[in-house]
Ligand binder design. Structure first.
Ligand code: FAD
Length: 453
């Protein structure tokens, strides 16, 4: 088996295939880990990329298929963070003593029928002959229909404005705003808010675990080995200086990149948003008065979405602030990360960019803390960096799919040809870690059926 791309998806699938006895080689143009990296910066290791580990049951399913115990030491976080919306600060889940608590409970109760089916939808190959899949799809359809997007779904619930605004922010997990994002994204906070985690040793512990599992199963890992062309019919991987042959090929890269390797036309579609991430190791010994996660919502989603569509910077963008304390390589570090949502136009946003300075001022005003000292020598990961091995323009979730295919819970095209399969963000847009882990579980099972006598 030849797997192209060594992000979370490619590495997970490689482990699962090797567990079944296949000989597997994973190629990556850069370092192992894809969007999830551990970077040495200003005398410390910093984990860049994802910060929140949701739907941990999907990871546990990967572990059980590998017969492994969990090396991650996942630590619970107090939810999805404090949401700064016009006129209010709202933690999700909403605490019992908050005036909006009863509305939060009403919203959660509406979504509750989907909860027992979430894992099935994330991890089961779509098939009308599987009763559990059919039942789960029905539960999803009952909740989503007839609402075309997240905004319409929320409006139909008549929730108080601050709660509506805070929930709408989660459509950005799809890389688009609430008027364009599938209604599915309006349901996700109810399903994940009580189950948010992070590995004690930092998120890169996930990549270390997967690489360890892969090596123990004899997987050949080839970082810094770009694939230049694929000949699917012959099962050939062209590395420029070398040709490798495989029985089956799995793309764990963005579909536009895959099209380039196959010499096919670029897929069409609007690009999801990108991000400018700043990671600073805290300068002061004292703890900052910040929760682990803060979400600063745009004041108006319409103008935010218009800006993203026009590929210009929004006057006030969606920003995420994570304040993490983790133990990496025996060294303890407090890391502050700020993720500013920007259009996928491969921008570099070097230091002192006036828009960045303006957004940081807005964040400081909202949070009531000064971040300047912590971020003055921050590591920057810009859309230009994300574009290098990822989607066009650095779009975090590639191109946006139509609503009936948008999101981690919908059936996707896992098999692209007689010898070609796909996993990862490209096939499960907006799924984040559970979506890509789930896609690896699904493709592993489909490949097993494919090889069954
Ligand atoms: C800033 C940021 C914050 C995020 N926050 C969260 C979060 O809090 N929670 C969450 O669940 N998710 C989050 N995500 C999303 C999550 O990180 C991704 O969904 C996940 O890491 C994608 O994994 P992947 O394996 O599908 O793709 P990738 O990680 O993109 O891996 C694809 C790999 O393919 C390689 N490649 C590309 N072209 C070639 C080629 N020609 N030859 C060989 N290799 C090639 C690339 O180098 C790359 O390593 C975040 C993402 C970003 C960028």
């Amino acid at each position: 088996m030849g797997v192209i791309g060594a992000g979370v998806a490619g590495l997970t699938l490689a482990c699962l295939l090797a567990q079944r006895g296949h000989a597997v080689t994973v190629y990556d143009r850069g370092p192992l880990g894809g969007k999830l990296q551990r970077v040495w910066h200003a005398g410390r290791w910093i984990d860049s990329g994802p910060s929140l580990f949701t739907f941990p049951g999907v990871w546990r399913l990967v572990l059980s298929r590998l017969s492994e115990t969990d090396p991650l030491d996942l630590q619970p976080l107090p939810g999805l963070g404090v949401h700064y919306v016009p006129g209010a600060q709202l933690p999700l889940p909403v605490p019992v003593d908050h005036p909006l608590y009863e509305h939060w409970v009403r919203y959660c109760n509406e979504v509750a029928p989907l909860a027992p089916h979430i894992q099935t939808l994330l991890t089961t190959p779509p098939s009308l002959t599987r009763p559990r899949f059919v039942e789960a799809s029905r539960a999803l359809a009952r909740l989503l229909l007839p609402h075309p997007n997240a905004e319409r779904w929320l409006r139909a619930r008549a929730l108080p404005a601050p709660l509506h605004h805070a929930l709408a922010a989660h459509t950005l997990n799809a890389g688009v705003g609430p008027h364009a994002g599938s209604a599915l994204y309006a349901l996700l906070p109810a399903l994940m808010a009580h189950d948010v985690w992070r590995p004690r040793q930092g998120m890169f512990a996930l990549i270390e675990a997967l690489c360890g599992f892969a090596r123990a199963r004899g997987v050949t890992l080839r970082p810094d080995t770009p694939v230049e062309r694929l000949d699917v019919r012959g099962g050939l991987v062209d590395l420029g200086s070398e040709m490798r042959r495989h029985d089956q090929l799995v793309s764990a890269i963005d579909p536009t990149r895959l099209a380039g390797l196959l010499g096919r036309a670029t897929p069409r579609g609007v690009l999801s948003v990108s991000g400018l991430a700043l990671y600073g190791v805290t300068a002061s010994e004292a703890e900052l008065p910040l929760p682990p996660t803060s979400v600063i919502a745009p004041s108006d989603y319409r103008s935010f979405e218009q800006a993203m569509r026009a590929r210009v910077l929004a006057p006030d963008t969606l920003s995420l602030v994570h304040y993490q304390h983790y133990q990496a390589y025996q060294a303890s570090a407090r890391v502050l990360s700020v993720l500013l949502t920007v259009p996928a136009s491969a921008g570099a946003y070097r230091a002192q960019h006036p828009w960045v300075a303006g957004q940081l001022r807005r964040i400081e005003e909202q949070l009531g803390v000064s971040l300047h000292g912590e971020l003055s020598t921050a590591l920057r990961i810009s859309p230009a960096d994300l574009a290098v091995g990822g989607a066009t323009g650095g779009a975090i979730y590639g191109r946006v799919f139509a609503p009936w295919r948008a999101g981690p819970l919908h059936p996707q095209r896992y098999r692209l040809g007689a010898r070609l399969w796909q996993v990862g963000t490209g096939v499960h847009p907006g799924g984040g870690l559970p979506g890509v882990l789930g896609s690896a579980l699904i493709v592993d099972e489909l490949l097993q059926q494919h090889h069954a006598p």
